[in-house]
Every structure is written in C-alpha cells, then in structure tokens.
Design a binder for this molecule. Structure first.
Ligand SMILES: [Zn+2]
Length: 74
C-alpha cells in the first residue's frame, strides 16, 4: 500500500472523459474520493481500485511514478 495525503494530486491509468488526468484526493479510507481537476467532477473509487489505477503522484511541480513515492519523513 502506498502513502497518500489529502490534497495530493495523482494521475490514473485512465484519465477522465473530459480529457484531464489529474485528480485531487479529497477523502481517503476504504473508499477514496477524488476530484477531477479538469471539470471538477467528484468520484468515489474503492481503495483497491484506486491502488490498481494510480500511476503517478505530483511532487512539487512534477509527476513521479507512484512506485518512487515515499513519505517525506521516512
Ligand atoms: Zn473531468
């Protein structure tokens, strides 16, 4: 399981139909609530689906592969 914070921006295996593929994490838990940064639509995905679909996470001003993402304080 990877490490996320509320407010993190991630990209998924597939983007939103609006053409954007940047999502802000609004809630985390058994289900994750994500907001599309293109159109503002909010969706719920199960944690398991999220883990399978997430590809990159924004660190500073660039996206890095999720497999390289680690908590900042470890
Ligand atoms: Zn969208």
């Amino acid at each position: 399981m990877y490490y996320y914070e509320l407010g993190d921006i991630v990209s998924l295996k597939k983007g939103h139909p609006c053409g954007e593929n940047q999502w802000e994490i609004l809630r985390k838990g058994t289900d994750m609530k994500l907001k599309c940064l293109g159109c503002g639509r909010q969706i719920w995905v199960s944690r398991m689906d999220f883990e399978k679909r997430v590809r990159k996470i924004k660190e500073g001003d660039k996206f890095v592969s999720i497999i390289h993402h680690e908590p900042e304080d470890q």
